[in-house]
Design a protein around this ligand. Structure first.
Ligand code: MG
Length: 256
């Protein structure tokens, strides 16, 4: 099932489900008990919102060998994790803003896990029970600031630097799915999730040995090789086989 959050002209934000080009309401919570209403709205008539509002966004660095190599970085022996702030979230279709502090903002196409229930010290073999589903994310990065600072908070944390969506796919196998990134229809990144250094189960176990995972938390699983710069006017599309396409335009942040 595909789960969205959406808004119509007359309604407040609500969870919904998508079938083909139609949308129905979800009554109740997708994390606990819910029923599906009739799919009576057209997808093109609703406004898609970020599919969840996470309490935290945990990201994994250098989780594909070829991407670590393109930065002359070592492949980590344990997962390298960092956080993006929830204020960096934007929905499918919203604009990535290039901040004036950076001359090198880059795309990072990533598979994202949506946590389904509270967990600490999750064992790899039970990880599946803690996953609501999977979505598509773009770990937008000000590469010059990331390298200059050493700490990654600024380079990864600007407003609009975490587009994700358009929906959560609950029926998805993360073992071998192709992740691609196109900028203005030119292909920039393409790899299978089977090339991850640490798989989804290992990542959930590792992260939950550090911090409690809560329903709706987002785990970005790292990007393949081929990251590159974004410029004003670009359209960036991240697609994952079996989930869909996340599309966002890029623009220079208006001056303040
Ligand atoms: Mg990343």
């Amino acid at each position: 099932m595909r789960i969205i959050r959406y808004q119509t002209a007359s309604e407040t934000a609500t969870y919904g489900w998508v079938i083909e080009e139609k949308v129905g309401k979800i009554e109740g919570s997708p994390f606990t008990q819910f029923t599906r209403g009739e799919a009576s709205n057209l997808l093109e008539d609703i406004k898609l919102l970020p599919p969840v509002l996470p309490s935290k966004i945990i990201c994994v660095g250098r989780n594909y060998v070829a991407h670590a190599k393109e930065h002359d970085a070592e492949v980590p022996e344990v997962p390298l994790i960092f956080l993006k702030p929830p204020s960096s979230i934007i929905a499918h279709g919203e604009t990535i803003l290039l901040p004036p502090q950076s001359q090198q903002v880059e795309h990072e196409a990533e598979l994202a896990v949506v946590v389904g229930k509270t967990g600490r010290w999750i064992q790899p073999e039970e990880a599946k029970d803690y996953i609501l589903g999977f979505t598509i994310a773009n770990d937008v990065t000000a590469r010059d600031l990331q390298f200059r600072d050493g700490q990654w908070t600024r380079g990864k944390g600007f407003d609009t630097f975490c587009p994700f969506g358009p929906w959560i796919e609950t029926d998805f196998d993360p073992a071998d799915a192709v992740v691609t990134c196109h900028v203005n229809e030119d292909i920039r990144q393409m790899a299978s999730t089977r090339d991850m250094v640490f798989n989804v189960k290992q990542l959930l176990a590792y992260v939950s040995s550090v911090m409690t995972l809560s329903p709706g938390d987002l785990l970005l699983t790292g990007t393949p090789a081929g990251v590159g710069t974004l410029k004003d006017g670009d359209i960036v599309e991240v697609s994952i086989e079996g989930i869909g396409i996340l599309r966002n335009p890029v623009a220079t942040e208006p001056s303040h």
